[in-house]
Design a protein around this ligand. Structure first.
Ligand code: BT5
Length: 255
Protein backbone atom coordinates (compact mmCIF):
# COMPACT_ATOMS: atom_id res chain seq x y z
CA UNK A 1 0.00 0.00 0.00
CA UNK A 2 1.30 3.46 -0.84
CA UNK A 3 1.03 5.86 2.10
CA UNK A 4 -0.27 9.25 0.97
CA UNK A 5 2.31 12.01 1.23
CA UNK A 6 2.04 14.48 4.07
CA UNK A 7 4.68 16.96 3.00
CA UNK A 8 3.59 19.35 0.28
CA UNK A 9 0.05 17.97 -0.03
CA UNK A 10 -0.87 21.62 -0.02
CA UNK A 11 1.74 23.76 -1.83
CA UNK A 12 1.33 27.49 -2.27
CA UNK A 13 3.48 29.23 -4.90
CA UNK A 14 4.27 32.92 -4.44
CA UNK A 15 6.22 35.23 -6.76
CA UNK A 16 7.90 37.25 -4.07
CA UNK A 17 7.99 37.41 -0.28
CA UNK A 18 10.37 38.48 2.47
CA UNK A 19 10.99 34.90 3.65
CA UNK A 20 9.00 31.74 2.89
CA UNK A 21 9.49 30.80 6.56
CA UNK A 22 7.46 33.88 7.54
CA UNK A 23 4.66 33.09 5.07
CA UNK A 24 4.42 29.64 6.63
CA UNK A 25 4.44 31.05 10.19
CA UNK A 26 1.46 33.21 9.27
CA UNK A 27 -0.38 30.15 7.96
CA UNK A 28 0.60 28.22 11.12
CA UNK A 29 -0.97 30.88 13.34
CA UNK A 30 -4.13 30.66 11.23
CA UNK A 31 -4.29 26.90 12.04
CA UNK A 32 -3.03 25.37 8.77
CA UNK A 33 -2.29 21.62 9.28
CA UNK A 34 1.23 20.21 9.00
CA UNK A 35 2.63 19.46 5.58
CA UNK A 36 1.55 22.85 4.20
CA UNK A 37 4.36 24.30 2.08
CA UNK A 38 5.25 27.59 0.42
CA UNK A 39 7.54 27.98 -2.58
CA UNK A 40 8.81 31.40 -3.70
CA UNK A 41 10.39 32.61 -6.93
CA UNK A 42 12.12 35.37 -4.98
CA UNK A 43 12.84 36.29 -1.35
CA UNK A 44 13.73 39.83 -0.32
CA UNK A 45 14.75 38.82 3.21
CA UNK A 46 15.80 35.17 2.95
CA UNK A 47 17.55 34.15 6.15
CA UNK A 48 20.01 31.61 7.45
CA UNK A 49 21.04 30.83 11.02
CA UNK A 50 22.50 33.31 13.49
CA UNK A 51 20.97 36.30 11.62
CA UNK A 52 22.79 35.46 8.37
CA UNK A 53 21.25 36.00 4.93
CA UNK A 54 20.27 33.58 2.19
CA UNK A 55 20.69 35.09 -1.26
CA UNK A 56 19.25 33.81 -4.54
CA UNK A 57 18.34 35.64 -7.74
CA UNK A 58 14.66 35.45 -8.80
CA UNK A 59 13.57 32.30 -10.62
CA UNK A 60 16.79 30.31 -10.28
CA UNK A 61 16.56 28.52 -6.95
CA UNK A 62 14.24 26.39 -4.87
CA UNK A 63 13.12 28.45 -1.88
CA UNK A 64 10.77 26.26 0.13
CA UNK A 65 9.31 26.20 3.64
CA UNK A 66 7.20 23.47 5.21
CA UNK A 67 4.98 23.57 8.29
CA UNK A 68 5.52 20.72 10.74
CA UNK A 69 3.67 20.03 13.97
CA UNK A 70 5.70 17.21 15.51
CA UNK A 71 4.38 15.75 18.74
CA UNK A 72 7.89 15.17 20.11
CA UNK A 73 9.78 16.84 22.93
CA UNK A 74 11.34 20.13 21.68
CA UNK A 75 14.82 18.74 22.45
CA UNK A 76 14.40 16.49 19.38
CA UNK A 77 14.04 19.46 17.01
CA UNK A 78 17.59 19.03 15.56
CA UNK A 79 16.27 15.84 13.94
CA UNK A 80 14.27 18.11 11.65
CA UNK A 81 17.45 19.81 10.44
CA UNK A 82 18.67 16.32 9.54
CA UNK A 83 15.35 15.62 7.77
CA UNK A 84 15.80 18.77 5.65
CA UNK A 85 19.49 18.25 4.92
CA UNK A 86 19.15 14.58 4.13
CA UNK A 87 16.01 15.19 2.05
CA UNK A 88 17.82 17.83 -0.01
CA UNK A 89 20.94 15.65 -0.36
CA UNK A 90 18.94 12.59 -1.41
CA UNK A 91 16.90 14.57 -3.97
CA UNK A 92 20.03 16.24 -5.38
CA UNK A 93 21.98 13.00 -5.52
CA UNK A 94 19.55 11.66 -8.14
CA UNK A 95 20.74 14.36 -10.54
CA UNK A 96 24.14 15.61 -9.41
CA UNK A 97 26.79 13.01 -10.31
CA UNK A 98 29.46 13.61 -7.65
CA UNK A 99 28.52 12.63 -4.07
CA UNK A 100 26.21 15.05 -2.25
CA UNK A 101 27.27 15.38 1.37
CA UNK A 102 26.15 17.05 4.57
CA UNK A 103 28.37 19.64 6.18
CA UNK A 104 27.24 19.48 9.77
CA UNK A 105 24.85 20.73 10.95
CA UNK A 106 22.76 22.22 8.17
CA UNK A 107 24.63 22.66 4.89
CA UNK A 108 24.51 20.41 1.83
CA UNK A 109 27.72 20.37 -0.18
CA UNK A 110 29.22 18.92 -3.34
CA UNK A 111 33.04 18.83 -3.38
CA UNK A 112 33.00 21.14 -0.33
CA UNK A 113 30.93 23.75 -2.17
CA UNK A 114 27.55 24.67 -0.68
CA UNK A 115 24.57 23.76 -2.84
CA UNK A 116 21.79 23.97 -0.21
CA UNK A 117 21.08 25.22 3.29
CA UNK A 118 18.46 24.33 5.88
CA UNK A 119 16.88 26.55 8.52
CA UNK A 120 14.54 25.06 11.12
CA UNK A 121 12.60 27.40 13.39
CA UNK A 122 10.45 26.25 16.31
CA UNK A 123 7.96 28.26 18.39
CA UNK A 124 4.97 27.64 20.60
CA UNK A 125 1.73 28.99 19.15
CA UNK A 126 -0.93 29.96 21.63
CA UNK A 127 -3.43 27.11 22.01
CA UNK A 128 -1.66 24.90 19.43
CA UNK A 129 1.52 23.61 21.10
CA UNK A 130 4.83 23.76 19.26
CA UNK A 131 5.07 24.28 15.54
CA UNK A 132 8.19 24.07 13.37
CA UNK A 133 8.99 25.61 10.03
CA UNK A 134 11.54 23.74 7.94
CA UNK A 135 13.10 26.01 5.31
CA UNK A 136 15.26 24.70 2.47
CA UNK A 137 17.13 26.77 -0.09
CA UNK A 138 18.68 24.93 -3.05
CA UNK A 139 20.90 26.47 -5.72
CA UNK A 140 19.53 25.11 -8.98
CA UNK A 141 20.18 27.35 -11.99
CA UNK A 142 22.59 29.98 -10.68
CA UNK A 143 25.79 30.81 -12.55
CA UNK A 144 28.98 31.61 -10.62
CA UNK A 145 28.34 35.37 -10.93
CA UNK A 146 24.92 35.00 -9.25
CA UNK A 147 26.57 34.34 -5.88
CA UNK A 148 27.77 37.07 -3.52
CA UNK A 149 31.60 37.32 -3.55
CA UNK A 150 32.12 37.17 0.22
CA UNK A 151 30.75 33.70 1.01
CA UNK A 152 32.37 31.76 3.84
CA UNK A 153 31.95 28.47 2.00
CA UNK A 154 32.18 28.59 -1.83
CA UNK A 155 28.79 28.07 -3.49
CA UNK A 156 27.71 25.87 -6.38
CA UNK A 157 24.44 25.16 -8.21
CA UNK A 158 23.06 22.00 -9.76
CA UNK A 159 23.35 23.63 -13.21
CA UNK A 160 27.05 24.42 -12.60
CA UNK A 161 27.67 20.76 -11.74
CA UNK A 162 25.69 19.38 -14.69
CA UNK A 163 26.79 22.03 -17.20
CA UNK A 164 23.22 22.96 -18.16
CA UNK A 165 19.99 24.29 -16.65
CA UNK A 166 17.80 21.88 -14.69
CA UNK A 167 13.99 21.74 -14.36
CA UNK A 168 13.24 23.03 -10.85
CA UNK A 169 9.89 21.19 -10.75
CA UNK A 170 11.56 17.82 -11.21
CA UNK A 171 13.89 18.54 -8.30
CA UNK A 172 11.01 19.92 -6.22
CA UNK A 173 9.04 16.69 -6.63
CA UNK A 174 12.04 14.62 -5.53
CA UNK A 175 12.67 16.98 -2.62
CA UNK A 176 9.10 16.80 -1.29
CA UNK A 177 9.13 13.02 -1.58
CA UNK A 178 12.51 12.66 0.17
CA UNK A 179 11.53 15.02 3.00
CA UNK A 180 8.22 13.18 3.37
CA UNK A 181 10.01 9.84 3.79
CA UNK A 182 12.59 11.23 6.23
CA UNK A 183 9.96 13.04 8.31
CA UNK A 184 8.12 9.73 8.52
CA UNK A 185 11.29 8.28 10.12
CA UNK A 186 10.98 10.91 12.85
CA UNK A 187 7.23 10.46 13.35
CA UNK A 188 7.58 6.69 13.55
CA UNK A 189 10.57 6.81 15.93
CA UNK A 190 13.13 5.51 13.43
CA UNK A 191 15.73 7.98 14.70
CA UNK A 192 18.47 5.38 14.25
CA UNK A 193 17.77 4.89 10.55
CA UNK A 194 17.67 8.65 10.01
CA UNK A 195 20.88 9.21 11.98
CA UNK A 196 22.72 6.41 10.13
CA UNK A 197 21.76 7.68 6.67
CA UNK A 198 22.66 11.21 7.68
CA UNK A 199 26.02 10.17 9.18
CA UNK A 200 26.85 8.19 6.03
CA UNK A 201 26.59 11.43 4.04
CA UNK A 202 28.74 13.49 6.41
CA UNK A 203 31.37 15.60 4.65
CA UNK A 204 33.42 15.98 7.85
CA UNK A 205 33.55 12.56 9.52
CA UNK A 206 37.22 11.66 10.07
CA UNK A 207 38.45 15.05 8.80
CA UNK A 208 40.39 17.77 10.58
CA UNK A 209 38.13 20.78 11.16
CA UNK A 210 37.91 24.08 12.93
CA UNK A 211 34.77 24.75 14.96
CA UNK A 212 33.80 28.22 16.03
CA UNK A 213 31.61 28.10 19.14
CA UNK A 214 31.04 30.46 22.07
CA UNK A 215 33.49 32.99 20.57
CA UNK A 216 36.36 30.43 20.51
CA UNK A 217 38.00 28.30 17.82
CA UNK A 218 38.55 24.56 18.34
CA UNK A 219 40.66 22.43 16.02
CA UNK A 220 40.53 18.66 15.91
CA UNK A 221 39.52 15.53 14.07
CA UNK A 222 35.82 14.62 13.79
CA UNK A 223 35.32 11.29 15.59
CA UNK A 224 31.55 11.14 15.25
CA UNK A 225 28.46 13.09 14.17
CA UNK A 226 24.86 12.62 15.28
CA UNK A 227 21.82 14.82 14.58
CA UNK A 228 20.98 15.11 18.30
CA UNK A 229 24.29 14.58 20.08
CA UNK A 230 26.25 16.83 17.72
CA UNK A 231 29.89 16.54 16.74
CA UNK A 232 32.59 14.81 18.78
CA UNK A 233 36.05 16.28 18.14
CA UNK A 234 39.37 14.75 19.12
CA UNK A 235 41.31 17.86 20.08
CA UNK A 236 45.04 18.28 19.45
CA UNK A 237 45.80 17.29 23.05
CA UNK A 238 43.98 13.97 22.55
CA UNK A 239 40.86 14.73 24.61
CA UNK A 240 37.33 14.41 23.21
CA UNK A 241 34.94 17.37 23.16
CA UNK A 242 31.29 17.41 22.09
CA UNK A 243 29.52 20.31 20.37
CA UNK A 244 25.77 20.68 19.81
CA UNK A 245 24.58 22.31 16.59
CA UNK A 246 22.80 25.20 18.24
CA UNK A 247 26.01 26.46 19.90
CA UNK A 248 28.19 26.25 16.83
CA UNK A 249 28.61 29.27 14.58
CA UNK A 250 30.64 27.50 11.92
CA UNK A 251 32.59 24.34 11.14
CA UNK A 252 35.17 24.32 8.37
CA UNK A 253 37.67 21.83 6.99
CA UNK A 254 41.11 22.67 8.43
CA UNK A 255 43.89 20.95 6.55
C1 BT5 B 1 21.58 28.33 5.92
O1 BT5 B 1 22.02 29.17 6.92
O2 BT5 B 1 22.30 27.74 5.14
C2 BT5 B 1 20.07 28.20 5.85
C3 BT5 B 1 19.51 28.71 4.56
C4 BT5 B 1 18.02 28.49 4.47
C5 BT5 B 1 17.42 29.22 3.32
C6 BT5 B 1 15.98 28.86 3.12
S1 BT5 B 1 15.34 29.52 1.64
C7 BT5 B 1 13.74 29.13 2.11
C8 BT5 B 1 13.64 29.44 3.59
N1 BT5 B 1 13.28 30.84 3.80
C9 BT5 B 1 14.26 31.51 4.43
O3 BT5 B 1 14.21 32.74 4.73
N2 BT5 B 1 15.31 30.69 4.68
C10 BT5 B 1 15.02 29.34 4.22
P1 BT5 B 1 23.54 29.35 7.36
O4 BT5 B 1 24.18 28.03 7.62
O5 BT5 B 1 23.49 30.36 8.44
O6 BT5 B 1 24.25 29.91 6.07
C11 BT5 B 1 24.08 31.23 5.65
C12 BT5 B 1 25.34 31.60 4.91
O7 BT5 B 1 25.34 30.91 3.63
C13 BT5 B 1 25.44 33.08 4.54
O8 BT5 B 1 26.05 33.81 5.56
C14 BT5 B 1 26.30 33.06 3.29
O9 BT5 B 1 27.67 33.00 3.63
C15 BT5 B 1 25.94 31.73 2.65
N3 BT5 B 1 24.98 31.86 1.54
C16 BT5 B 1 24.00 32.76 1.35
N4 BT5 B 1 23.31 32.50 0.23
C17 BT5 B 1 23.88 31.38 -0.32
C18 BT5 B 1 23.63 30.59 -1.47
N5 BT5 B 1 22.61 30.86 -2.30
N6 BT5 B 1 24.43 29.52 -1.69
C19 BT5 B 1 25.45 29.21 -0.87
N7 BT5 B 1 25.73 29.91 0.23
C20 BT5 B 1 24.96 30.98 0.52
Amino acid sequence: MVTPALIGRSLRRVDRCASTNDVVWEAARAGEPEGYAVLAEEQTGGRGRHGRRWIAPPGKAILLSILLRPSFDPSRAPLLTAVGGLGAAEALSRHAGPPVRILWPNDVVVDDRKIAGVLVEMKPISGQGYACVLGVGINVNQSPEDFPPDLEVPAVSLAMIRGSAFDRNVLLDDLLRAIDARYRDVREDRDDALAAAWRARSSVLGRRVRIRADARNWIGQVEDVHPLDGVILRLENGTLKGFRGEHVESLRAWE
